[in-house]
Design a protein around this ligand. Sequence first.
Ligand SMILES: Cc1ncc(COP(=O)(O)O)c(C=O)c1O
Length: 465
Amino acid sequence: MAWDKTLLFTVDRSRRTPIFEQICEVVRKWAHTGGLKQGAMLPATRVLAEDLCVSRSTVVSAYEQLVAEGYLEGHKGAGYKVCAIGSVELPHDHMPENISKTEKAASLSALIPSQPDMRLFPYRNWAKIVARVCRTNPESMLTGASSFGNLALRQAIANHVREWRGIEASPQQIIVTAGATDALNICFHTLVQPGQAVGIEDPGYKPILRFVTRLGLAPVFLEVDQNGTRLPKTQARPDIVVLTPSHQYPLGGVMSPQRRWEYLDWAKTNNAWVIEDDYDSEFRYSGRPIPAMAGFDHLNRTVYIGSFSKIFSNTLRLGYIIAPHSLVDPIRQTMDSYGLKAGLMPQQALSEFIHSGDFYRHLRRVRRIYSERRKFLVQELCERFSQFGTVQDHPAGMQLVFHLNTSLKDKEISTRAKHVGISVEALSESTMENDDYNGFILGFCSYTQDEMRTVLDKLFEVLST
Ligand SMILES: Cc1ncc(COP(=O)(O)O)c(C=O)c1O
């Protein structure tokens, strides 16, 4: 099958969009709208370069970018052909209106951290599986689950964490929750009473501080250094600590093995618990995945929290707890009085989606795309923003931190940025009592290069005036 559209577009040299990106835009659009079918060969790089009057290396860069994004397969010399885009993604025109609108609004003006790109969601395959469950096993969507959730999904999660996170657990130890947030709430309700102390990272995920104070618990702030989160000072005696050891939020570092052992020792000695919030650890872009702390603790003093919000969909609201055997009954009691918050409806479908392999195909695809987007953001920050600060580049996660080295204050810049129509998250908003941080937390997953460039151009303007 050959591509016959070579002459149907011309590059527009008056646009700010680089030529290679214009080629990418056209191929993406035709792949989505069915103009380019799966298996169609693209014109040779030399031929397209001549047709468009551009250099061959420009066409090679465009094709390679499209390979990285999962649109094309092949390589220079052997030709490039179109992948099965139609089976993993709906044309944008057919996207549910509310999703495309919110995404568009968010993507035009912000670089929100921890935000997956829902435009890449595998709508068609997901719909097929949901339809099959509706036809063949509709009761599973409404009834039959215990307070811990659908058993097939809990089995799928047990397999997932064994393979990806090095954790051995049975489905009986797994509780399906409404995201990591709900999981944290269940852990707090089970493990601590009002007046007791909870160790939280500083800087860290601010909503945790809000839960802690709302439940009448006392926060103990834990500093972060180059080895990860530091242990509580001896006079502070938290009963539990909430940690992000695989990818500290928001700074991004990994906790050293030595520090992990120190924490596990500390938990054993003090009869305390470590809650491992492993919110985005499937996104690691180089090197080997960092095994979960709960894995090498054999779920002794560690309660593990995972989430599908980042790797699949943040609106399905599904996450999970993996509990040590000794906590299964106490958590069941909490669930019995607290009630199941996770919707049952998508659980059977998600278990089948994981089992079919579609879930991992999706994960590999978005990881490749996010990796390219991250590379672009790092490069832009290093090349254009070096006079204002430095990037803390950890090849993982969904956001990175840009540390300001000027006298400008991040909150002030963030306020000024709003006046020019962009929203950037000040790093100091994530601190609890520590004044040492000044910078921005920049998400990169949910934005194309053009969308990121729009925000960065305006941020540059604000920083320069
Ligand atoms: C560190 C951290 N923990 C937990 C969460 C909450 O995840 P969920 O959307 O699954 O509730 C987030 C969300 O961004 C996060 O950044």
